[in-house]
Ligand binder design. Structure first.
Ligand SMILES: *Cc1c(COP(=O)(O)O)cnc(C)c1O
Length: 380
């Protein structure tokens, strides 16, 4: 019964062979820039492409400063450190996310609290946070504390699921009311805008990822976005072993990290940024084709971009009627070489996070049972 859907996707991608979920495209200056890196011998932690890539992303996102990292996960780790999260703090986030969000919280020795998502964004729900904090937290001396554990709740990390922005205005209000730092996990949302402003630029820090399966890629890579140049400069310092610039002395003034992206990866990033608009326009066209197609399909809904938002449609998502039909569809499509995937296993079901506090997660569980991602690579 899913034959028509499979045929539609095969026609869309013009093949009956394996169709991946999200494959990278290299059709610009990638090879040229890689050659330049090799010829110059600047393949590692110094080189012009690092600075150029940061500048391109700063301008594209409208942030004050962008700092490249080795990957999105360590960018998240640094983002939380820079937001002031410390050992034994708690951090509000969604259970419906990729593991990296929670791993980064754990690297600091902090604990996630899992709050529900909104039905129209699939991302962290400001009203659910407010309801939970109202019942289980209190504010004292401009800090928020968990009534049950006594721990400080320091930050809030929304994730723009599959590139769909969360309700940022409302989220900012809740964060201000409860003195929480906002750190956006925008790993999936380069090219996604909320009321005309780029995701990842609303909080204290935002994080992008350039992993191989993301909208644009550097092989592996991440980026920190700041609205504050001073904080950005501190981030740069931390990613480079906190070394004080000097022509020959090795002096370091705090615990630093080797989190800086090599020039060879940044070279790929520069080439990809040169035609990000083409990639995004093509991905939007694909999304609109899916949307139109699924309007004719009974019992399956296409997940569209939230109101007042422009999503990058990183991964297209459909909602099936229930878990059973979801499983049938996954089986049938993968048997026919059309790669589809369910949404992630909820974080609170994993052994490392099973003891973390949650609210009722009503919408989260609803999505968990129904969401399937469809092939979404640019068709260029
Ligand atoms: C991709 C991704 C990251 C970062 O992953 P890296 O592979 O380390 O770049 C973080 N959070 C989410 C939600 C992601 O999808």
């Amino acid at each position: 019964m899913y034959k028509d859907i499979i045929r539609f996707i095969q026609t869309l991608y013009g093949t009956r062979e394996m169709i991946p979920l999200h494959a990278p495209r290299f059709m610009g200056n990638e090879k040229k820039y890689l050659d330049e890196c090799i010829d110059s011998t600047f393949v590692s932690s110094v080189g012009k492409f690092v600075d150029r890539f940061e500048k391109m992303v700063t301008e594209y996102t409208g942030s004050q400063k962008a700092v490249v990292c080795v990957n999105g996960t360590n960018a998240l780790h640094l983002a939380l450190l820079l937001a002031g999260v410390e050992r034994d703090d708690e951090v509000i986030t969604q259970s419906l996310t990729f593991i990296a969000t929670c791993n980064a919280i754990s690297y600091i020795g902090a604990y996630p609290i899992f709050i529900d998502v909104d039905k129209d964004t699939m991302g962290l729900s400001p009203s659910a946070i407010e309801a939970w904090l109202n019942a289980f937290a209190f504010v004292k001396n401009h800090a928020c504390y968990n009534k049950k554990t006594g721990r400080r709740i320091k930050a809030c990390v929304p994730m723009h699921t599959f590139g769909h922005p969360v309700h940022l205005d409302e989220l900012i209000n809740v964060c201000e009311k409860y003195h929480l730092e906002l750190v956006e996990d925008a790993a999936e949302s380069i090219g996604s805008f909320y009321k005309g402003k780029h995701t990842g630029t609303f909080g204290k820090v935002g994080v992008l990822s350039f992993n191989g399966n993301k909208t644009i890629t550097t092989g592996g890579g991440g980026m920190l976005l700041f609205n504050n140049e001073k904080l950005g400069a501190h981030a740069k310092h931390l990613t480079t072993q906190a070394k004080i610039p000097h022509r020959w002395e090795f002096v370091h003034d705090e615990i630093g990290y080797n989190y800086r992206m090599p020039n060879i990866n940044a070279a790929l990033g520069c080439a990809q940024m040169e035609y990000i608009d083409t990639i995004l326009a093509n991905k939007r066209e694909t999304a609109m084709k899916y949307k139109e197609f699924f309007q004719m399909v009974e019992d399956i809904d296409f997940f569209d971009e939230p109101e007042n938002c422009r999503s990058n449609f990183w991964l297209n998502a459909i909602l099936l009627k229930n878990k059973e039909t979801r499983n049938d569809f996954l089986q049938c499509s993968n048997d026919n070489h059309v790669m589809t995937r369910p949404i992630w296993s909820l974080m609170n079901r994993l052994p490392m996070f099973a003891k973390c506090q949650t609210d009722d997660l009503t919408n989260t569980i609803w999505f968990e049972e129904r969401v399937v991602n469809l092939p979404s690579s640019a068709r260029l």
